[in-house]
Design a binder for this molecule. Sequence first.
Ligand code: NAP
Length: 496
Amino acid sequence: MPRTNAQHLDVAVLGAGFGGLGMACRLRAEGVRTFRVFDAAAGVGGTWWVNRYPGCACDVPAHLYSFSFAPNPDWTRRFAPRAEIQAYLERVARDHGLAPHLELGCRIERARWDAERNLWRLDDVHGRRWTADVVVSALGGLSRPLRPDLPGLDDFAGRILHTQAWPERLDLAGRRVAVIGTGATAAQVVPEIAPEVERLDVYQRTPNWILPRPDRPIRRWQRRLYRRLPLVQKLVRFSIWLGSELRVPGLAWSNRLAAGHRALALWHLRRQVPDPELRRELTPDYAIGCKRVLRSSDYYPALARDNVELVTAPIRRIENDGIRDADGRLRPVDTLVLATGFRATAPVPKGMFIGRDGTDLAEAWAEGPEAWRGVAVHGFPNLFLLMGPNTALGHNSVVLMIEAQIGFVMNALAARRGGVLEVRADAQRDDNAWLQERLAGTVWNSGGCSSWYRHPVSGRNATLWPGFTWTYRRRLRRFRPAAFERQAPGEASARQ
Ligand code: NAP
């Protein structure tokens, strides 16, 4: 019996970044043929396709910020620039034969669980309908830009752009530019545009801890070596992973164990910023690691340029032609760059996922996202998440987390045996109680700062995994039947 006139899929994957592509590689490798990867963008790459601001690069070394099953001996720099990461992901898609499975330029606007038929109904932006037994959401936690709630922003007569939507070939020569925000993105943009613009005002609300960025080219002989002896590259990857894991005690156990990093950051600041007043303004007053620690060796020098000013007075309002600070001073601006980050604790738009009983995931997550082990949500059968709640990292490569989640989804697909899996409410509750207990003593919750890791109203840390990557991987290694209710195929839903 035809289910509907919509096209039916075994698995619908939403998002074609690291998560979606990695999932697709595994689905293909294990013989699942009827699946599609949907993405609103015209190309693959996810965040690396979308974010095109000058200086965009990854601050996790490239040998670790890549799939374990698709090593790239040809990285040209220790910290890969955006275009190289995107090219890498394009290559992965090509090498794994994903082209027939990609639906690019195709945003899924809504996914609704049909409890009568036990499947997901999806509507895409072109008005087409799809059905799927299983949905894997790989939308990413940092994909919804945060537009700050600043008085007068709508009155500004010049150009406003968020770093996530940087226009191609934007010429800033001769422009008076203001950058609002001083996080990881601003630290990459500011040094790139400072030499080009006439004037640059950088509006800082909170200073960040910044470590030097030991970037360097990877020489041709090294790349040849990695190609000929893949084990050497594996060792390099392992050493980066281990070095990153060693940061966990200073973040999750006792911040005193991060004293070395703190001293290094203060030394970096002293060395790069001779002016004591500017240095004072750039010195954080909270524990290192509470906000994401930045890595930059050219941000401080950019701030010391004659055409750049660090503005630490709070913004009173945005006016037609500039920004007025709390001291009453108006600085003229014609281009306003919002480096204000993302709505990390509201990663899903309203109306996007409608689960069993018509529950809207965005509403269920009104006080911050919550899931079981970051991958499954009670009330949302046969939906699996990649980079879901509490699986982001403050210390290591998220690709490791993504791969663990993909492995879990494959195990869940096998355990499903054509039926419906839904995580139990008590399993999810217990998991979150455990998580929040673990998070309570960490620097992310008690380091004296506010950050995108925590929900702005509830204060709950809904984003970070509070430990080593290997403990998370161990927790996801096997499917846990006791945490799920399974409904066999054809069996009427007990909940209807
Ligand atoms: P972010 O870390 O959230 O920083 C946003 C900045 O905007 C902060 O300085 C914040 O100030 C400021 N801000 C927000 N609202 C404001 C307001 N109303 N008035 C004044 N200032 C305001 O965002 P991001 O820099 O885009 O980075 C987000 C995350 O993306 C990073 O933490 C990282 O995980 C990822 N990222 C990674 C890389 C990489 O190399 N791997 C590069 C870029 C981004 P407060 O600090 O006072 O809130």
